[in-house]
Design a protein around this ligand. Structure first.
Ligand code: PLI
Length: 458
């Protein structure tokens, strides 16, 4: 197996973690209704639920908290964040929000009219929720390869299919498409990147038809790393340069700072359009806070500004992606089925191939996530039929081709030794996969059901 460089950080402060014995795990999964979202954090040994808000901040970020300017208006830290976002992302205007979905709410509310269509390279749960809440229909225009778990040779599985996008424009008309939501990387496809060539081509097509390109920039630094690694002509460019070029083709972005900005909270909306920015400022005061803090403390904005600068350091981002690759290679050597190529923030187990004896309506990924917790204390997340929810018109389940369990790696938190524990647990479970039973809903919330739904074993 390939050797990787050690973690590019020294540990200055530690958070103790405790092994969870089998009886306690069994009680915790039963009490949680087989939903890993409902397990208490103290009942988890290694927590791979999400990479959102779970990053370890650096000493410089912690120091930044101490220079938080908590003025109600005109905080120093807002101006610092604005300066950094302009320098690294290149957009003209910044509206801070409490997290990514705050920005999604503002963008969707201001630009979507009932009956509109919003194309995207695969959906994300909260993003699609806000689009639909405002009366739009989400249309998936990602390339077909993205729906196939095992396509190791495809370097940019997050790419938009230009044919699918053109077809939508021809069918519904560009005036019914306020923007395309271009995710870099694509979370639910397995953390798959979009190439610079594809970003450029999407932008050209959209410009021709007067459609805005709005990035979901949540994991944009990971996307930039993959471009450097895989796309000809970018090998010698810095991550910062690639990031800047990626955004130069668009009109704005929503950002969950809880991921690639290396913070525990925060987000923002970026816009180039002056009029839209004025409207966004008028709206942010209604739902988030003053335009110079948008629901954030001054110290959070400072940590985010510093986090953005650290996120583009080559050693950091190379380690991040390679740590995930290491986990993938360990699992692959034991034949565990996964989405390939490995993504930028997580390994996605292919639950259909892992549990071929279960139908999709028996929620195989939900059952697998529960089983991983039960046998090891490792918490993961379902990303399949349960996350996909129901079609708002027919009421039937959305049935995504990808039925996955996400082993999401928090940034700068765990070491290669932790990855070994996770790999061993999944490999052991794979050997005993026939014993895993399907699930059925005991309680199904109407929206975003994966967060609070409860299940029992069939
Ligand atoms: O969790 P928020 O509201 O800061 O961000 C929402 C959001 C938007 N886009 C994408 C691609 C996401 O991954 C995302 C949040 N993701 C979560 C919470 C996750 O566990 O992946």
């Amino acid at each position: 197996m390939k050797k990787f460089m050690p973690e590019p950080f020294k540990i200055k402060s530690v958070e103790p973690m405790y092994f969870i014995d089998p009886e306690r795990r069994e009680k915790a999964i039963q009490d949680a209704g087989f939903n890993t979202f409902l397990i208490k954090s103290k009942d988890c040994y290694i927590d791979l639920l999400t990479d959102s808000g779970t990053s370890a901040m650096s000493d410089k970020q912690w120091a930044g908290l101490m220079i938080g300017d908590e003025a109600y208006a005109g905080s120093e830290n807002f101006y610092h964040l604005e300066e950094v976002v302009r320098e690294y992302f290149g957009f003209k205007h910044l509206v801070p929000t409490h997290q990514g979905r705050g920005a999604e709410n503002i963008l969707s509310s201001l630009t979507i009219k009932p009956g509109d269509y919003v194309p995207g390279n695969m959906y994300f749960t909260t993003t699609r929720f806000h689009q639909e809440r405002n009366g739009a229909k989400f249309v998936d225009v990602i390339c077909d390869e993205a729906h196939n778990p095992d396509m190791d040779g495809v370097p940019f599985k997050g790419n938009v299919s230009l044919e699918k996008l053109q077809k939508l424009i021809d069918e519904v008309g560009a005036d019914k498409i306020p923007y395309i939501c271009l995710a870099v990387t694509v979370n639910l496809a397995g953390g798959q990147p979009v190439s610079m060539a594809n970003i450029k081509a999407v932008s050209e097509l959209c410009k021709k038809h007067g459609i805005k390109v709005m990035y979901d920039a949540t994991r944009c630094v990971e996307n930039a790393y993959f471009i450097k690694e895989r796309e000809a002509g970018f090998e010698d460019k810095s991550i910062k340069e690639i990031l800047f070029e990626m955004f130069s083709y668009g009109d704005g972005c929503t950002m969950s700072g809880k991921k690639d900005c290396l913070t525990n909270n925060g987000g923002f909306l970026c816009l180039n359009d002056d009029d839209l920015f004025l409207e966004a400022k008028a709206m942010v005061v209604q739902f988030e806070g003053m335009p110079s803090y948008g629901g954030l403390a001054g110290r959070d904005m400072e940590a985010m500004a510093i986090g953005i600068k650290e996120s583009v350091e080559y050693d950091y981002i190379a380690h991040r992606v390679n740590q995930i690759r290491y986990l993938g290679e360990r699992l692959d050597a034991a034949g565990v089925p996964m989405v390939k190529p490995y993504g930028g923030h997580a390994i996605f187990l292919d639950a259909r191939a892992f549990l071929p004896h279960l139908e999709q309506d028996q929620f195989p990924a939900q059952a697998l996530a529960a089983a991983i917790y039960r046998t090891s204390g490792v918490r993961t997340m379902e990303r399949g039929i349960v996350s996909a929810g129901r079609n708002i018109e027919t009421g039937d389940h959305h049935r995504p081709k990808l039925e996955t369990v996400r082993l999401t790696i928090p940034r700068r938190v765990y070491t290669y030794a932790h990855m070994d524990y996770v790999a061993d647990a999944c490999i052991e479970l794979y050997k005993n996969r026939d014993s895993i039973r399907g699930l059925k809903f005991e309680y199904e919330p109407k929206v975003l059901r994966f967060f609070t739904g409860r299940f029992s074993e069939i």
